[in-house]
Design a protein around this ligand. Structure first.
Ligand code: MG
Length: 307
């Protein structure tokens, strides 16, 4: 259950990657037995990672103090992406209930957003919280395309947008409307830009498998036009996170891809299952947690995650 596994390792594609990892640090498998895992999030005060096991309609928890794995919440409304807000609260995307929620300090669940202009959201996929408390999330249609990870339904909105939830008005606004399947998203470490993955190629052979970058407006409420950042060379950029130095660590079919600030692929962490998402954790944010198909993996790196 816990130990060094075959099929893992670091691949250097540019010399700059060599400083990013520790030669003798190994990838470990921390949990297994899930069906399709997503949405890892690290909770520093409790020293645990929460993630989704979407088809099994549950959220899991791995405890750093003793390595134990347990069910965090079930049923979970087929949650997908998670993050923690600036106060340490869990923010979750729910496929089945087609909404974004926040778990409050008393354990109650607050609905952040479930509709746009009177129409139900599709199936929120991934979410990030900006330092001003605004919540940004993607709304592709994966959770309503099949019963396996949600419930089949027609899209009421008829498109897949990226939204921003305003902490004062508690309203959402569409901030990017030209994506096929917007998926993972992350702010650059200084929050001047928002990077968004488009995984439209999953159901359209010629469709996008890339990340675009958008300038965030001065008032922090809107985005500039997206500019192409990088194409995924193997599978899809589903979920990704920044390290403190501005590199992106992203999911891909053959593992984790590390991109430098120009979008160049500088190295890989090979993982023997298709990777969906990553997050940095541990007290120093120098451990990368990786959700991949049926398992949760982790590896210590020589970089630190951006907050
Ligand atoms: Mg995703």
């Amino acid at each position: 259950m816990y130990g060094v596994i075959d099929g893992t390792g670091f691949e250097v594609l540019d010399p700059s990657f060599e400083a990013c990892f520790i030669g003798h640090a190994r990838v470990e498998r921390l949990a297994e037995g899930c069906r399709w895992v997503e949405g890892p999030a690290w909770f520093a005060p409790g020293r645990y990672v929460v993630w989704s096991d979407i088809p099994n309609n549950r959220m899991m928890r791995w405890d750093e103090t003793d390595g134990s794995v347990s069910v965090f919440r079930a049923p979970s409304n087929n949650t997908n992406g998670h993050t923690e807000d600036g106060q340490g609260r869990l923010v979750s995307c729910e496929h089945l209930a087609r909404r974004v929620t926040r778990t409050e300090f008393d354990g109650s669940i607050k609905v952040i957003a479930d509709s746009y202009q009177g129409k139900r959201l599709n199936s929120p996929n991934d979410v990030v919280v900006k330092s001003d408390g605004s919540i940004w999330f993607t709304d592709p249609s994966y959770g309503i395309m099949m019963d396996y990870e949600g419930e089949r339904a027609e899209s009421e909105i008829g498109a897949c947008y990226v939204y921003r939830w305003d902490p004062e008005s508690e309203e959402i606004a569409a901030v990017a409307t030209d994506y096929v399947k917007p998926n993972g998203l992350a702010f650059s470490p200084d929050e001047s830009e928002l990077f968004i993955a488009d995984t439209g190629g999953t159901h359209d052979p010629g469709g996008p498998a890339h990340i675009r970058r958008h300038a965030v407006s001065g008032d922090g409420r809107s985005l500039g036009e997206g500019a192409h950042f990088a194409d995924c060379s193997n599978g899809f950029f589903d979920g990704f996170r920044f390290d403190r130095d501005g590199r992106i660590w992203s999911s891909a079919a053959d593992g984790v891809h590390c991109l430098d600030g120009t979008g160049k692929l500088i190295g890989k962490i090979h993982i023997p299952e298709i990777v969906s998402n990553v997050c940095f954790g541990g007290p120093k944010l120098n451990r990368l947690f990786i959700t991949a198909t049926s398992s949760l993996y982790a590896v210590y790196l020589n970089v630190n995650g951006a907050r």
